[in-house]
Design a protein around this ligand. Structure first.
Ligand SMILES: O=C(O)CCC(=O)C(=O)O
Length: 381
């Protein structure tokens, strides 16, 4: 029996595959709460086609631009992520780069979306605020009546209402880079299409997750872009690009390997011990009306077709089960193997990140960040 962490990790990822864990379940219609509870227990993604999504008012109203604008309110400004390359929240040349954010009327947003050059956009616009933007005083709260308050089979199986409901809208240039969330995610495409590339927790440790200094895209007057350094108040999580503030630089933990890129594929397949290069990861494309169950902890990259509108429901993940424990153990081994930064290092005494010099109360949110759940995806309700 080997004790080499690299070999142990390879064996475990291949064992998971050989027992069928690396597969997508497929359902016609919605699952029963029991069938869904089984998927959650197995942490297995699933696609639900021809469910009752077709009956949601959103299927008509979101597909009709003027109806959608009327519902949101033409005088209501909404938060839009703007980048030069469609990569909002991604590691670029050793820096985690946040999008520039603009507050635009919904008409202005659509005008800008329509004006994006199909082959070479100078600016890519994406509504991706993922802060429960369809409820409460969120930018898209007026749209909430067009979708169900919750997904009934999921609420019954999980015994709780969703923590957040989000509205997403963007062009085919917008890409969400590999990351994972601590949510059971029910994701529905209303118009357009979305392609998810999925990597299970048995392999997501191979994605070279590290803590990166953070910057933010900033447009210049000459229509080019710069990156401004982002500082952070470790007590309030407020961020600033004002260099005169005495805050430490914001650090963000994120996946930096993208095995869908040719240059990263071999490193990934070598780490997980996968030699049949044909399909090392699961890819699923959702079309209008399709619903995906994306289990907590699965790393995912998301691409989309033009004019895609989607809604998702985030249900809290149960950290108390054995899955999370196993996940942490694999990550510990991956850190031993040098494949990722050790989870605890973020708050370790020997870490030279200035944030550690502050005496911060460690709350649940901080613990999640330390456990590799990126701070911007933590919904603060
Ligand atoms: O649709 C997207 O661009 C990203 C979705 C996502 O990452 C999520 O729902 O967790």
């Amino acid at each position: 029996m080997t004790t080499d962490p690299k070999e142990v990790l390879r064996i475990h990822s291949q064992t998971f595959r050989s027992f069928g864990g690396h597969t997508l379940a497929s359902f016609e219609g919605s699952p029963s709460p029991l069938a869904f509870a089984k998927l959650v227990a197995e942490n297995r993604p699933a696609l639900f086609r021809n469910s009752n999504v077709e009956d949601w008012p959103a299927m008509e109203s979101f597909g009709n631009r003027s109806q959608l604008v009327d519902l949101i309110g033409s005088d209501r400004n909404v938060k839009v992520a703007v980048t030069p390359n469609g990569l909002a929240d991604a590691v670029i040349d050793g820096t985690f780069v946040l999008p520039h954010e603009e507050s635009l009327s919904i008409n202005e947003f659509f005008d800008r979306l329509d004006a994006e050059d199909p082959s070479n956009p100078q600016a890519v616009h994406y509504i991706q605020s993922q802060n429960n933007n369809m409820r409460g005083d969120g930018d898209f709260a007026k749209l909430f009546e067009q979708v169900p308050e919750h997904i009934d089979f999921a609420t019954e199986a999980l015994g709780a209402m969703p923590d957040a409901v989000n509205f997403w809208c963007g062009s085919r240039h917008a890409v969400t880079s590999f990351h994972k969330d601590h949510y059971e995610n029910i994701y529905i495409v209303i118009t357009g299409s979305k392609t998810f590339t999925l990597i299970p927790p048995s392999e997501s440790w191979a994605l070279e997750e590290r803590t990166f200094p953070t910057s933010k895209y900033t447009p210049t007057e000459t229509r080019s872009w710069t990156q401004e350094v982002v500082y952070m108040d470790p007590k309030t999580y407020d961020t600033t690009t004002d260099a005169s503030q005495s805050h430490p630089r914001m650090m963000t933990r994120w996946c930096s390997l993208d095995p869908t890129r040719d240059e990263d594929l071999e490193t990934f397949t070598d780490r997980i011990g996968f030699t049949a290069y044909k399909s090392p990861f699961l890819t699923v494309t959702l079309e209008r009306g399709d619903m995906l169950y994306l289990p907590a902890l699965w790393a995912h990259k998301v691409e989309q077709g033009s004019g895609t509108i989607a809604v998702n429901y985030w249900y809290d993940f149960s950290f108390g089960g054995s899955l999370y424990l196993l996940h942490r153990m694999l990550r510990g081994l991956a850190a031993d193997a040098g494949y990722m930064e050790r989870d605890e290092d973020i708050d370790g005494d020997d870490d030279d990140d200035d944030c550690e010099e502050e005496d911060v109360d460690v709350d649940e949110e901080t613990l999640l960040v330390q456990a590799g759940y990126t701070n911007h995806t933590i919904f603060r309700g």
